[in-house]
Design a protein around this ligand. Structure first.
Ligand SMILES: O=C(O)[C@H](O)[C@@H](O)[C@H](O)[C@H](O)CO
Ligand SMILES: [Mg+2]
Length: 403
């Protein structure tokens, strides 16, 4: 069997997605997600110019060999563009292999470790009351876990809060980066009040999560972690930028609030110290940005040695292909923690028909051979690419800050 054809499909049903399709000489095909929010066309160029020509004629069943050919062979190892391109190939090849085996991907990985996959939804509001309404809506829809992000008095616009209450949050909201203004002190004074209100209204059983989105220093994160301890969060996410993994050691000394990190990671090496020192509790690196199934299962295996569980990144800026493959992975992986879920638009779901389904706060994996997601190429063509950029963030004095 040989790879006969491989090509990218860029489609924008409400937001940009990059898909790689690989077709064998026996007519079987697989698809992978290569979406890198705000840098989509860099991945397309990497695939079209530097990857696809090397794939033609190769045996698609040699997933491991192709992975190392693209990783070691690149010379310039790692990085989000490289690893998203490798991930798109890897996801497509696993899709093909599972189809050839006539089984859903989770079976090929090792079978079910659980019957369903707990997710967390996104409750956002411009103020605490609006946020609580959104939490209530998610509870009514069956969610057992909800991420809570609210506006902060004195800050005009903030990460994670939709412009209109009840609308989904989309960060890539302008052709060129929008500029946000940020105040750590206003934010730190506000968040404990938000979670006091959530626990007051919803009690102790609901799992609640919060994303700091890289904006604090380690001692500020330690303060926040301590101040929300009475509200026993499921996790505090991305509390500091994680290039310096040791910074989490300082946070860990001060608080028992569980820590999650890693959605911007693209390889095991970004997380190795965090995991081996048990500085974190959940690793978020997901299939598209961290080299696909072949690499992420190595991250999950290392994490499992240190009581660290998976908590895959799962916003609307990863395609249903990534989500579908992630649900298979989540169904299999022994040290599963939770799966992020921001529902895609109906237009997106029409472009990417799939067999996973949401039920009572969980995903139920499908039984279709492969990862269970397809792409309607004719429909995809109706949504041409339109550049969209992630915002930047400045402190009130104009300092360019972490977003
Ligand atoms: O926890 C999350 O889902 C993430 O932080 C997103 O909100 C990112 O900002 C987005 O994926 C960037 O493209
Ligand atoms: Mg996040």
């Amino acid at each position: 069997m040989k790879i006969e054809q491989a090509y990218t499909i860029v489609s924008s049903p409400g937001r940009n997605f990059v898909t790689l399709k690989i077709v064998t000489d026996q007519g079987e095909y697989g698809i992978g997600d290569g979406t890198l929010n705000g840098r989509e066309m860099a991945v397309v160029a990497y695939l079209e110019e530097h990857v696809i020509p090397t794939l033609i004629g190769r045996d698609p069943q040699r997933i491991e060999d192709i992975w190392h050919y693209l990783y070691r062979g690149a010379y310039w190892r790692r990085g989000p563009v490289t690893m998203s391109a490798i991930a798109a190939v890897d996801m497509a090849l696993w899709d093909i292999k599972a189809k050839l085996a006539g089984m859903p991907l989770y079976q090929l990985l090792g079978g079910k470790s659980r019957d369903r996959v707990m997710v967390y939804g996104h409750a956002t509001g411009r103020d605490i009351e609006a946020c609580l309404e959104e939490v209530a809506r998610h509870v009514d829809e069956g969610y057992k876990a909800v991420r809570v992000q609210s506006g902060v008095p004195g800050i005009a616009s903030i990460y994670g809060v939709a412009k209109k209450d009840g609308e989904p949050y989309e960060p890539a909201d302008a052709e060129l980066p929008a500029e946000h203004v940020w105040s750590t002190s206003k934010y730190l004074n506000h968040v404990p009040k938000l979670f006091a209100a959530v626990r007051e209204r919803f009690g102790d059983d609901l799992h609640v999560l919060h994303d700091v989105h890289h904006r604090l220093t380690p001692i500020e994160a330690a303060r926040l972690g301590k101040e929300v301890e009475p509200y026993h969060l499921f996790w505090l996410e991305d509390c500091v930028p994680a290039e310096n993994q040791e910074a989490f050691g300082l946070i860990r000394q001060h608080t028992t609030t569980p820590l999650a990190v890693g959605e911007v990671f693209n390889s095991l090496y970004d997380a190795k110290a965090l995991i081996e020192n048990q500085w974190i509790d959940y690793i978020r690196a997901t299939l598209t940005h961290a080299g696909g199934i072949t690499h992420v299962r190595r991250i999950a295996d290392l994490a499992g040695l240190y009581h660290v569980r998976t908590g895959f990144h799962g916003p609307t800026d990863l395609s249903p292909i990534c989500l579908g493959a992630a649900i298979h992975f989540d169904t299999w992986v022994p040290n599963f923690g939770i799966q992020e879920y921001m529902p895609h638009t109906s237009a997106t779901d029409e472009v990417f028909p799939h067999d996973y389904r949401f039920e009572d706060g969980h995903f139920i994996v499908g039984e279709t051979p492969g990862h269970g997601v397809d792409i309607d190429e004719q429909l995809a063509k109706q949504y041409p690419y339109k550049r969209a950029s992630l915002p930047v963030n400045r402190l009130e004095d104009g300092t360019l800050w972490h977003w």
